[in-house]
Design a protein around this ligand. Sequence first.
Ligand code: BTN
Length: 251
Amino acid sequence: MTDHREFVENRFKIHEKDVVDSTNDELKRLISRLPETPEYTVIHAKRQEKGRGRRGKLWVSEEGNLYLSMLLRPNCLLSKASQINFVTSLALVDLCKDYGLSPKLKWPNDVLLDGQKVSGVLLESDADLKAHVNWLVVGVGLNVFDAPENMPYPTTSLSKMSGKTHDMNLLISNFLGYFDKRYLNWKEHGFNELREDWLKNSAHEKGKKVIVNADKRITGTFETLTENGALQIRSLTPGKELMTIHSGDTL
Ligand code: BTN
């Protein structure tokens, strides 16, 4: 297993908190107080009282799991910055593989172990009038010890799947190490390699049914991930036309 600790300590500035409402909100407050807060500032909390998921959902945040938010300044347009969803979920895939697990990715950025959700990513941003990103807050939740119950989808945890206990500090630095490697690669070479890696680790198979929760519910068969990170599906209607979906969740 790769140990990223020394590299990460030099690069990231991690603020440790016992409890916050949401690490994303805590980081956004820091940015509004100190607008020059540098890239690679991270808030890590042991517990969140108002953890937020995508599409306004709650993210159950008991002690024992990983909750962190990173500040990035990728110097690009908002449309491109959304690809950082894939940078992040692939870094989580790298991390899970360190424990001998076989993670799969559900569009856009859920990591699944044995078909059950183990992590989620919540991106929030601020941009200028020309849609150039001022800052990006990347929130990451990873079930390490606890798999929240009674969720609308099946969940699991790293410990449950690996049968091991995990040192939180080591997990954080290994995740940040993998993240940084993929982030720098994306900045230098673009989305292509990420797209290929995403497809290699995809939970979706070409031709298999996929249900998308976007503005409305759409059913089709999985076709591919486009070169911008959108989901392409083929409709089930007689015309079998291709549809490209830029935002939403797959069920
Ligand atoms: C999802 O719905 O899949 C995204 C979940 C993201 C949860 C993380 S936990 C750390 C950060 N703070 C939040 O309030 N949400 C994100």
